[in-house]
Structure formats: C-alpha cells, structure tokens
Design a protein around this ligand. Structure first.
Ligand SMILES: Nc1ncnc2c1ncn2[C@@H]1O[C@H](COP(=O)(O)OP(=O)(O)OP(=O)(O)O)[C@@H](O)[C@H]1O
Ligand SMILES: [Mg+2]
Length: 510
C-alpha cells in the first residue's frame, strides 16, 4: 500500500442557487483503503462525489488524481481516467438486458457489429465472480433492485478503475446482499483500489472502513482513523452536538388498548399464505422478516394494492386501493422512485398532495405553505425554501418529503414500507418520535423495516414473516427473540437471497 494518496482534494467549493453545498472540503483517498464519507442528509456527500466524477464542475479548490490536476468533464471522462461511481440514483437502462448494461458503451464488437455471444458469456463470468447468477439476456428492469445494484457495481469494477465511489449502495439491499457487497468491497480494497463509501448504516461503516471523513453543512469536520473513532463520537461529529446531547433512541412504549382499526382475516394470494392481522387505534405494529419473507406482499394485500384471492379486511373484500383509502388507509410504498416523489413539483406541492385530495382541493396556498413549513421544521428537511423543486434536494431529504406527505395526511391507518431508508441517524430519531406522537393521537401504524432494531424500538407488537407466511406475533420482545422466530427454531436462518433474486421475483420484498 502506498502512502501517497491517489486523490487529494483541497478546499472544494460548490454553490447552488440558495445553497452553499460545499464550503471548502478536503478529502484524501489512498490506494487500498476504504474511506467512508459521513454526514447528515444534505451535508454535501453526494455533491462532493459528483464533483469527483465530473457531474458538476467545482467552483473552487484543487483536486489532484495520481499527482495531476483533475478536472473531469463528465462521468465517462472520470471513468476513463480511473474513477468509477455507483450513484445514489442508479444510472442503468432498465429496458436493456443485464449483459448490455454491464457493457454499456463498451460492448465487444466484431466486423458484423456487437458480438452478442461473447458479451453474454463474459457477462455471466463477471457476475459469477460476484456470486450472482441471473439470466443476462433478460431486461435489467425485470430484476430486483438488489440485482440492479450489483450489476452497477460489477460494471464499475470492470472499467479500469483505481478508485470506486459508492453512494449508498446498500440502501435497498437485504442483509445477505449487503454481506455480499461488503465482501466485494473488501476484495476490491485488497486488490489495491481506493474505495469511497457512503451509507447511513453505522455498523457497515465500521465493518469496512479504514478512515472516516465527516461533513457537516458543507464543511469538513475532520478525517479520522475508524479504529480511533467511537460510534458516539462519529454521531456527535455528524450532528454537531457534544456526545452527551446525542439523544437516546426511543424506548418501546406501552401497549395500546384502542379499538381495532384494521382487521384482516385469512388474507391470501398465490405465494402468500393466509394470515390474520389486527391493528388497533394508537398502535404501531412492526413487520419483521428476511428478503422475500412476504412482509411487503402482506401489506399490499391489506391495502388491496394486490388482489387477494381469499380473505377479508374489516369484513369485506377490498377490490382496489381506492376502497382502502375510502376506509381511511394510506400506504407509503417502498419504491419511491416509481410511485412516490414528483420531481418537478415543489416541496410544498409534494407534501400537500394527498391532504389536498382528502379535503377536495380546498386547501389554500397559504395553508399548504404552513403545512409544508411545519414538516420541514419537524423532520429537519434541508431546503432553501418550500418552493424548491423536490428533485434538487439531497436523497435523504427527498425521502423525508414523501414521508411528510403521508404523515400530514393523518389517515386512520398508515402503512410505512421502509420509511427511513437513506435517512441519517439524527433524523431517524425525529421520525420515530413523530410516528410515536401520531400513534398516541390514535393513528394505527404498520411499520416495515429491514432494520430490526428500528422495528423493535418503534413497535408495540411485531408480526414475523418467514417464507411468505406469518409465523408469529411478539410483544414486549427482544432482538434475539425476534431473530429466533425469523430464523425458525428448526434450522438456522438460511438466506437464499441470490437464488430468489435470480428468479427476478421479490421486487417488492427487498
Ligand atoms: N442540483 C442542485 N441544485 C440545488 N441544490 C442542490 C443540488 N444538488 C444538491 N443540492 C443541495 O446541496 C446540499 C447538499 O446535497 P447533497 O446531495 O450533497 O447531500 P448528501 O450529503 O448527499 O445528503 P443525503 O444523505 O440526503 O444523500 C443540499 O442542501 C441539497 O439540497
Ligand atoms: Mg446523497
């Protein structure tokens, strides 16, 4: 391992209208190190990465790569020079096949054009080194989010990269796939590559990082050896608070005794075994389980987003989400790209959207502003104003806007599927508190998250799913207890994520 850094950035500046996104940031990346970039939502992580990869030009500061001035003009240019990225927003083409995506712009050619056979064969070989076996001539869009993520990584690694930058690559991966990716990161590091890693999962940071650089509000807090920095210190650097002020996580709250708001009986469809579920007013029920265990599928059946073959919700068979909504239900889906954010609309419009629908378009502009402002404050949404188009917000702040939309709506029953994905540790606590407050006001909540600790903190009761079957309900429980039920006592957890991903199913279960 050489000690001279591959990449040296000093005093990097970037301004957007109304936002000083980077106000003099330094970063070194060495060969053979994993360097994590940490900070709250909107701290400037993605912006710095986009400057390093030629998406944005810097307004000031210097960057050298392998000793030379580095000023990439496009991601392609950065990649040719040796810096590859996997963005927070995947830049793949869903309608092209897996193989085509892997070789986008670099397809093997012969005199007659693209050499499809070689391309397929090579694609299979490459993916095999990632422990991934998928039909490479199927459109990428038919694969799960996890497969798409791993394909993006495989592609980045194929190019002759010296540095690979990963911006929240694990945010839509389950634990098995995350393990796979962390393993890949370690292997790339051993090959002498420099890895820049961004995630909001602290455990992952500590699993792989050699060094950690913390940004706050576009400024550099510092660079630390991971082994010398405690989690508490890291969080306090990120939030700008002394460790004593870092608030303890929410404690599981007392059981609620409200009337049943939703009562599902024998709900089932092909691939989801019949299950019952009752959620009371003022109660938060958590869903726990592995990839493909059926958490999201079960929630979709309750909301009639999928058609139930048998069973009832509140005594009748719901035929469409419309009917579920009429009964006071709402659903924050896990795939926000597809059915969530409206990028061109403002923060205000995105937040007011369903409230407006509920009240029949009688919400005045002033009321919308007040509502939006209230949630911007409550959730700490970082934006120059509520009139900012949502697409200009950082990833985590976009997420908060969508969540605000449903919290503002205050339905009788709210289903939240992975609501805190991509959200920083500080804001997660705020969101948990807000959900808690709403439930105390009588709202019933169904909370789905891959982060078990989170499910435990926030839920009065936990329903566990395994192999597309509800296998138990627990209250006043502990992490080991839930894990035991998830695994099934008979045999230890056998996570077959890759096999399931290969079948291209489980798009909704990640
Ligand atoms: N194209 C843009 N136009 C205007 N403002 C922008 C643009 N891109 C980013 N910003 C703003 O710059 C700041 C930094 O955003 P950035 O995306 O770098 O944050 P981040 O640290 O990656 O956050 P997250 O954890 O939420 O992904 C934010 O306030 C964001 O709203
Ligand atoms: Mg980001």
């Amino acid at each position: 391992m050489s000690t001279e850094p591959l990449l040296v950035a000093r005093g990097v500046q970037k301004r957007f209208p109304g936002v000083h996104a980077l106000a003099g940031v330094d970063l070194d990346v060495r060969a053979g190190e994993v360097h994590s970039l940490m900070g709250q939502n909107g701290a400037g992580k993605s912006t710095l990465i986009k400057i390093l990869t030629g998406v944005y030009a810097r307004d000031g500061g210097t960057i050298t790569f392998e000793g030379r001035d580095f000023r990439p003009t496009s991601p392609g240019d950065a990649q040719r020079q040796g810096i590859s990225t996997i963005y927070q927003e995947l830049n793949l083409v869903p309608s092209l096949t897996v193989a085509e995506n892997l070789f986008l712009g670099r397809a093997p050619r012969r005199w007659y054009g693209i050499d499809w056979r070689t391309m397929r064969k090579k694609a299979e070989e490459i993916l095999a080194t990632f422990d991934l076996r998928v039909p490479v001539d199927q459109p990428l869009g038919t694969m799960s989010a996890a497969v798409q993520q791993l394909v993006a990584i495989a592609r980045a690694v194929q190019t002759a990269a010296r540095i690979i930058i990963m911006d929240e690559p694990t945010s839509s991966l389950d634990s098995h796939e995350t393990e796979l990716l962390l393993g890949i990161i370690t292997r790339l590091k051993e090959r002498g590559l420099g890895i820049v890693f961004v995630t909001h999962f602290l455990e992952q940071v500590y699993r792989v990082s050699d060094r950690i650089t913390v940004l706050r509000n576009g400024t550099l807090v510092g660079t630390y050896a991971a082994s010398q920095l405690s989690k508490l210190d890291l969080v306090s650097h990120m939030l700008g608070k002394v460790p004593e002020e870092v608030e303890p996580a929410l404690q599981p709250h007392v059981e609620s005794q409200g009337p049943a708001v939703v009562s599902a009986k024998g709900l089932a469809r092909r691939g989801v075994e019949p299950f019952d579920l009752t959620v009371h007013a003022g109660e938060v029920v958590g869903f726990a389980g592995l990839l493909g265990s059926g958490r999201t599928e079960a929630a979709r059946l309750i909301f009639a987003a999928d058609h139930a073959k048998e069973g009832t919700v509140n005594g009748s068979q719901l035929r469409s989400p419309r009917q579920a909504i009429d009964q006071g239900m709402a659903f924050l889906p896990e795939d926000r790209k597809a059915d969530g954010i409206i990028p061109e609309l403002s923060v205000r419009e995105n937040i007011a959207l369903v409230v407006q629908r509920k009240l029949g378009f009688t919400v005045s502009r002033a009321q919308q502003e007040k509502l939006a402002q209230e949630f911007v404050t409550k959730l700490g949404i970082k934006t120059p104003s509520v009139e900012q188009p949502v697409r200009l917000l950082s990833g985590g702040n976009q997420q908060k806007v969508i969540l605000a939309r449903w919290l503002a709506y205050e339905p009788r029953f709210l289903i939240l599927d992975e609501p805190t994905r991509g959200i920083d540790v500080g804001a997660k606590g705020e969101i948990e508190r807000l959900i808690h407050q709403l439930s105390q006001k009588g709202m019933a909540v169904l909370f789905i998250s891959a982060a078990l600790e989170e499910v435990l903190r926030i839920s009065h009761r936990i329903a566990v799913f395994r192999d597309r079957k509800k296998v138990g309900e627990l209250s006043r429980t502990t992490l080991p207890e839930v894990m035991k039920v998830i695994a099934g006592e008979e045999k230890p957890a056998e996570v077959s994520g890759v096999a399931k991903m290969a079948a291209g199913e489980d798009k909704h279960a990640l």
